[in-house]
Design a protein around this ligand. Structure first.
Ligand code: MG
Ligand code: ZN
Length: 223
């Protein structure tokens, strides 16, 4: 009982700060996506491709959540996009106060798109809003289990889009693409689902168009 109360208080405080972040991002007309997924699902690889395709079309920045290292942030930095690293020191998700702290270091007036790459984890990142407009989930088909959406329903219910990554490896994987998609849209009717491959550059233009549409919609709303 006491434990449940503690969890409620933590989430209440997180939601309060997330609302502050959201107000700031709205004022600055910055569209924010919170990108989640298991370790190794390919979040950073998707981001690298996204930067290649979009960095001349809009102004973007990345917040990298990582347990201990700056390996992913180093990969982002090579693309010439501003990146801020949050080391959670073992913490298994990002929360709103962490994002609030680092958002001050970004030039939000000069930004259209902010991607927050969450810590690799399919569970609690979905419970902690950081002030994003949308959540997105990256699921690799090499995770080998097309039942994953049903096992981790919250992350799919919370996300506006699912990227089924490493789709080029489908012939070598024991993964039923149709069944996975059906489970995802059963959990979250109307959710956007795109098959992508970073090595074969498949589906990534559709993903980037999706992002451009969201950014444009936010900027239109802000005017
Ligand atoms: Mg990563
Ligand atoms: Zn966690």
């Amino acid at each position: 009982m006491a434990e449940i109360q503690v969890m409620k208080n933590i989430l209440g405080e997180n939601d309060r700060v997330a609302a502050e972040n959201q107000a700031l991002f709205a004022e600055k007309n910055v569209y924010v996506i919170n990108l989640m997924g298991s370790p190794g699902a390919g979040k950073t690889s998707v981001l690298e491709k996204t930067m290649e395709k979009l960095k001349d079309k809009l102004k973007m920045a990345v917040i990298e959540g990582d347990l201990f290292t700056s390996k992913d942030a180093d990969r982002i930095e090579k693309h010439g996009v501003p990146v801020i690293q949050i080391n959670t020191a073992g913490g298994c998700h990002l929360d709103a106060p962490m994002v609030q702290k680092v958002a001050q270091k970004l030039d939000l007036d000069d930004l259209d798109l902010l991607v927050v790459e969450n810590v690799g984890n399919l569970v609690c990142p979905a419970e902690f809003a950081v002030g994003e407009d949308d959540k997105g989930v990256v699921l690799s088909i090499t995770e080998g289990d097309d039942k994953k959406p049903m096992k981790y329903p919250l992350i799919f219910k919370e996300s506006a889009i699912a990227l089924l990554n490493k789709a080029d490896l489908l012939p070598y994987c024991n993964f039923d693409m149709a069944a996975a998609k059906e489970d995802i849209t059963t959990l979250h009717p109307g959710m956007d689902v795109i098959e992508v491959s970073c090595t074969k550059d498949q589906g990534l233009d559709a993903w980037c168009d999706w992002l451009l549409g969201r950014v444009a919609a936010k900027q239109k709303k802000g005017k």
